[in-house]
Design a protein around this ligand. Structure first.
Ligand code: ATP
Ligand code: MG
Length: 302
């Protein structure tokens, strides 16, 4: 079982879009994939479920919010697999090739969980000397370490655009990290900040565990550039410099990038089927999504 977190401090850079599409693409190739929505905006969840269906059948008992609630309010958290759901529309497509796409849905009230987490940790600084530090930080990691999750080829976690406790539980649970980014000035600034926060968290966590075997070392797979604008065959000049930046600061990046496509991503995913699997979209952008999925899968299988 392999866990990949998709994160960036910066909002609106394509985290959710990539998570949904890479998951759907790999499932359509016959893989078993679990996606976890850790963002209170619940965009990933609403990529697969209509809000009315979510409200009726998931919101009150089958989301990550209730699971975190069980962690905070019970001596032992509920088994996480009880919260896994199988979105019907996308699975009707991927099951033709023996694939499966499962989801742990999110909830708009997940913000309250973050506040409660901060309270339990004695403030927003999350010091590793807090007695709750380890239990809370490793909660998702421990929960995913159950036999029920062994059957998945890949687990992907869609993080919110911040570095609060829910994101921190995802980082601690991860074998790999992927950072979507737009090739622009603010996104590059955000990356440096994210890198510092990641390294502080990993250092603090590894100080808190009792044995070297429990230490974490999530591997940065790299930046995936999204929303590339083309003028002819090349990205526009304003973006080219930023595309080179990862190499200059010695951060890995994916070879494949994703272009800006209003035709593919403009229509909302109300039908519960991610763009990569939809008929009649922008075929070049769909091909790019397929290539990103292949690149990611090859990196985590090496
Ligand atoms: N390649 C693309 N071309 C055009 N639009 C895109 C592309 N990728 C994503 N979008 C659109 O941009 C918006 C932001 O994308 P998305 O929700 O994936 O970003 P995010 O990083 O998850 O945002 P947040 O930080 O709010 O969670 C969405 O409306 C999405 O449909
Ligand atoms: Mg998102």
């Amino acid at each position: 079982m392999t866990v990949v977190s998709v994160l960036n401090y910066k909002g609106g850079v394509g985290k959710t879009t990539l998570t949904a599409n890479i998951g759907a693409e790999l499932a359509s190739r016959g893989k078993s994939i679990l996606l976890i929505d850790l963002d209170p905006q619940a965009s990933l969840t609403f990529s697969f479920y209509e809000p009315e269906v979510w409200e009726k059948s998931l919101a009150y008992e089958r989301t990550i919010q209730q699971w975190f609630g069980s962690l905070l309010n019970q001596p032992t958290a509920d088994p996480l697999h009880q919260y896994v759901v199988t979105p019907p529309a996308v699975n009707r497509i991927v099951q033709a090739n023996g694939g499966r796409l499962d989801l742990i849905a999110s909830h708009l009230d997940l913000v309250d969980v973050d506040l409660e987490f901060a309270h339990r940790l004695g403030g927003a600084t999350f010091s590793h000397v807090s007695p709750n530090f380890l239990r809370l930080h490793r909660s998702l990691r421990d929960a995913l370490d159950a036999p029920a999750f062994d059957a998945y080829d890949l687990i992907m976690i869609d993080c919110p655009p911040n570095f609060t406790m829910t994101t921190r539980t995802a980082v601690v649970a991860s074998d790999y990290l992927v950072v979507p980014a737009k090739p622009d000035y603010l996104s590059t600034l955000g990356f440096d900040y994210l890198r510092r926060r990641l390294s502080m968290l990993i250092t603090e966590y590894n100080k808190a565990v009792s044995s070297p075997a429990e230490q974490i070392n999530p591997i940065m797979l790299g930046i995936v550039f999204t929303m590339i604008q083309y003028g002819g065959a090349e990205p526009i000049i304003a973006q080219r410099g930023y595309l080179e930046r990862p190499t200059r600061i010695e951060v890995p990046r994916f070879d494949q990038t994703l272009r800006d496509s209003k035709t593919l991503f403009g229509p909302s995913s109300e039908d519960g089927i991610p763009a990569v699997l939809r008929d009649g979209g922008n075929e070049i952008a769909q091909f790019e999504l397929q290539q990103i999925a292949s690149e990611l899968y090859a990196k985590v299988r090496n």
